[in-house]
Design a protein around this ligand. Structure first.
Ligand SMILES: [Mg+2]
Length: 135
């Protein structure tokens, strides 16, 4: 009998040729992303505020951006707008702790391709990343 197809297949990924920019200012969230993404073999770049995110995006070839919206110096909405001016084809996935009505619209209006509500579940993170990285 062959192994059943798992609904958790998206948890097993090899993104050894991908570069993901994670923009996050809170250490505990960085630990979550590091643990979740390390086993995918993706190269992870980190930025701790919106200005650093733009600099990292300008200076590196990046396949996907995971963008916190609540950031010091420059927020994730503004950083996303600037990143999309540089290269609109790179997916930006927003992550936020504040789920209120209208925020999704505000996020999409800034140019985000998708949206994750914190606390982010591993399965949802991997499903969303797979959608953009496994093309
Ligand atoms: Mg934050």
């Amino acid at each position: 009998m062959s192994a059943p197809e798992s609904v958790n297949n998206s948890l097993v990924q090899n993104w050894g040729d991908k570069v993901i920019l994670v923009v996050e200012d809170v250490d505990t969230n960085k630990i979550f992303f590091d643990a979740a993404l390390r086993k995918t073999n993706a190269k992870i770049l980190w930025a701790k505020d919106g200005r650093e995110a733009i600099e990292m995006f300008q200076n590196n070839i990046i396949d996907l951006v995971l963008m916190d919206l609540q950031l010091p110096i420059l927020d994730g909405y503004s950083a996303t707008r600037e990143i999309k001016k540089i290269n609109a084809s790179i997916p930006v996935i927003a992550q936020t702790a504040h789920v209120m009505s209208g925020e999704r619209e505000k996020c999409l209006e800034a140019g985000c391709d998708d949206y994750l509500a914190k606390p982010i579940r591993l399965q949802i993170l991997m499903d969303t990343l797979s959608k953009y990285l496994n093309k």
